[in-house]
Design a protein around this ligand. Structure first.
Ligand code: IVH
Length: 667
């Protein structure tokens, strides 16, 4: 039976997810896993009637962007009181003792994970909803995104879980993932995430769960809530939660004395540096739930728990100079050059100064002794000036007015904290940066043209803009230092091959501000060719899925510049792809020809964009609003009430995903 086969595969794959992501003990190879997942995907595609939104295949996410619905928390999500010294922890213990009228009590110590908090609701062992903290009273429903986190069980193990409960925990981006993401962003000149916490919360708020899936988030759980949770103490409840498949930290301890508590704090203050995820302290909780109830809550936090925050590591050193770096987008980053100093095991020589406002707020002077910190942040930052150590007042650090590279007057756009060099097409680092981006792997993928070679070519005036790449001759390259005939031939071959790179990547390669890979793809498929994009009005652009005002304006500005227009024309003449190819829009059948179809709601089997493509590939037309001309509505879950009413009044048929897909396979 197909149904049983599908279910067995789902169970098996979830077990492997658990072994890998929760236990860190995989029992099969990645290839075996992928093969089984593909098998399941294929079966689900063939038998859409057995679709399941909690299937392991759904963990890859989709690109449906519907905004987030606000959901009220059943139990408010409170914060914890913070302490910074052992003395304050003692005060907490005394308050608890008083609150319990001298009754004996146990404390549980655990790590304070530094991510973004989440509340999950399970019913009958199934993940129903995932909601962010929001303002504590209500948060965003981010279920689709959370489902992509492989260490979060979609279906629970065992059978002794309550019928309905909530579990709260922290969503984290592991250090390794964070480092990789930031170095990718650096290459693409996208703003870096300051720390894994920002990266995790930013990721969780992405409108595209397929993107979230790629970011490899993790989650630890530390709080079980509900009417009928199993035991009367926090520690045992969390062990139970672990047995249902949740990732619960091994670092939890029951402490019966102040000494044990102090030991725990001291141990983890150093040992936490070896953990794969960020932590910023210890949480101390009263173990007994009845004692927790007796202690109750203040308006903001429980009286039965407190956080002890680790000190961020600090060092003091001298500020020697401030230099300014200009990136591909023209953004100017101030960097402090310091006397080398040891901080958390590394030698720090430079620290980011972020922007002009931060420099002004610090009232920095050259020669100042400054505090450097490396809290959760990967890039050290300057957090203050030791005014007592200021003997001679050096020059005040004033943000530069002119570009250090091309001397153009810097500008600051409204609402942005950065300064920019506006001289886009003549400022050397901007041009070189644009060329590096153009040839990069995910753009035109021209092998052999690295940063160094581009510098050489630029300095020898062989390429002064992107289009010049296509005028390069092997003999010009071979003459340059460090480059011989062989590498010259390779580069030329790479350049020729890039003429077949599909339009959406060419569009990304142009480096239009805010037009990243995903947006380039959307634009390419929505407009089909560069001329349509260049001619599109602001309104037309923003009516495209995922294109907002900021992106639209940037596209308009790009094409308003005649230098860019000329360059695109040149690139066209060199034979680059500036439209979607025939294969990409190939009509697969005419089954829907003459039909006008409206898409509404959220889908589980394909994304909205995929349905749009399917309709067009079968000769149909997709429109946005329901009218008498609408042939039918392809409706997912939560179809807009307005549309439903209109459909009913016009007598337009509403077709489900499965019905729609069957329609196409039946003929
Ligand atoms: S218990 C009623 N335990 O810290 C309080 N919170 O400042 C329930 N956090 O919002 C929270 N690790 O996001 C608890 N082991 C842990 C934690 C933890 C991190 C976060 C959580 C909470 C914030 C409070």
């Amino acid at each position: 039976m197909i149904k049983e086969q599908i279910e067995a595969l789902r169970k098996e794959l979830e077990q492997h997810n658990y072994n890998y992501y929760v236990l860190s003990q995989p029992t099969i190879s990645d290839i075996e896993f992928d093969t089984k997942l593909k098998q399941l995907e294929e079966l689900e595609r063939q038998y859409p009637q057995y679709a399941d939104p909690l299937s392991p295949t759904q963990r890859v996410g989709n690109d449906i962007s519907e905004g987030f619905e606000q959901v009220e928390h059943l139990y408010p999500m409170l914060s914890l009181g913070n302490t910074y010294s052992e003395g304050e922890v003692m005060d907490f213990c005394q308050r608890v003792a008083r609150g319990l009228n001298g009754e004996k009590f146990e404390l549980v110590c655990e790590l304070k994970f530094d991510g973004t908090s989440i509340s999950l609701t399970y019913e009958n062992g199934l993940l129903i909803r995932a909601v962010t903290r929001g303002d504590g009273e209500k948060g965003d429903d981010v279920t689709a995104n959370v489902k992509t986190i492989r260490s979060i069980p979609l279906k629970l193990q065992g059978s002794d879980y309550p019928e309905k409960f909530e579990i709260r925990g922290e969503i984290l981006m592991p250090w390794a993932v964070f480092d990789e993401l930031n170095s990718e962003r650096e290459q693409q000149e996208e703003p870096l995430f300051a720390n894994p916490r920002n990266a995790a919360s930013g990721t969780l708020k992405l409108q595209n769960s397929a993107q979230v899936a790629k970011r490899k988030l993790d989650a630890y759980f530390y709080y079980l809530l509900g009417k009928d949770i199993p035991g009367d103490n926090h520690y045992d409840n969390l062990q139970k939660a672990r047995s249902w498949g949740f990732k619960v930290s091994d670092a939890m301890r029951v402490c019966n004395s102040i000494e044990e508590l102090t030991q725990y704090i001291n141990y983890w203050d150093t040992e936490r540096k070896n953990l794969p995820v960020a932590t910023d302290g210890i949480v101390i909780k009263v173990n007994s739930l009845s004692q927790q109830r007796n202690l109750g809550f203040t308006a903001k936090s429980p009286r039965w728990a407190i956080a002890y925050k680790f000190q961020a590591e600090k060092a003091v050193t001298r500020l020697n100079t401030v230099s300014y770096q200009v990136g591909r987008t023209g953004a100017v980053t101030p960097v402090a050059n310091l006397d080398p100093v040891q901080l958390s095991g590394t030698t720090v020589r430079r620290a980011s100064l972020h922007n002009a406002d931060i420099i002004a707020a610090l009232d920095l002077h050259i020669g100042d002794m400054v505090y450097v910190e490396k809290g959760g942040e990967i890039i050290p930052k300057i957090t203050g000036v030791d005014l007592d150590a200021r003997v001679l007042l050096g020059d005040k650090v004033d943000f530069i007015k002119q570009c250090p590279e091309c001397k153009a007057t810097l500008v600051r756009y409204e609402g942005e904290s950065a300064h920019y060099c506006p001289n886009e097409n003549a400022c050397p680092p901007q041009i070189k940066g644009k060329i590096e981006h153009f040839v990069s792997r995910r753009a035109m993928n021209i092998d052999g043209l690295g940063e160094e070679t581009i510098n050489l070519l630029y300095d020898n005036k062989l390429i002064l803009n992107i289009a010049d790449i296509y005028e390069l001759k092997a003999c010009d390259i071979a003459r340059l230092e460090r480059l011989g005939d062989k590498s010259a031939r390779n580069i030329i071959a790479g350049i020729n091959a890039s003429k077949n790179v599909p339009f959406e990547r060419v569009l990304f390669a142009l480096g239009i501000r805010f037009v990243g890979e995903t947006i380039a793809k959307k634009l390419a498929f929505a407009f089909r060719n560069i001329d349509e994009i260049a001619a599109a009005s602001f309104e037309k652009l923003i009516s495209t899925n995922e294109i907002g005002g900021r992106i639209a304006q940037s596209i308009i500005n790009y094409f308003a510049d005649s230098a860019n227009k000329t360059m695109v024309d040149n690139l066209k003449n060199y034979g680059l792809q500036f439209s979607i190819s025939d294969e990409q829009i190939a009509v697969q059948s005419t089954q829907l020809s003459g039909l006008t179809i409206v898409i509404s709601g959220t889908f589980t089997l394909h994304s909205r964009d995929e349905y749009k493509a399917i309709i067009e590939q079968h000769g149909g037309k997709n429109t946005g609003s329901v009218s008498a001309k609408t042939s039918f509505i392809l409706a997912g879950e939560n179809m807009g009430p307005e549309k439903l009413r209109k459909a009913e009044s016009l007598g337009v048929k509403v077709v489900s995903e499965n019905e729609f897909l069957n329609l196409l396979t039946d003929n």
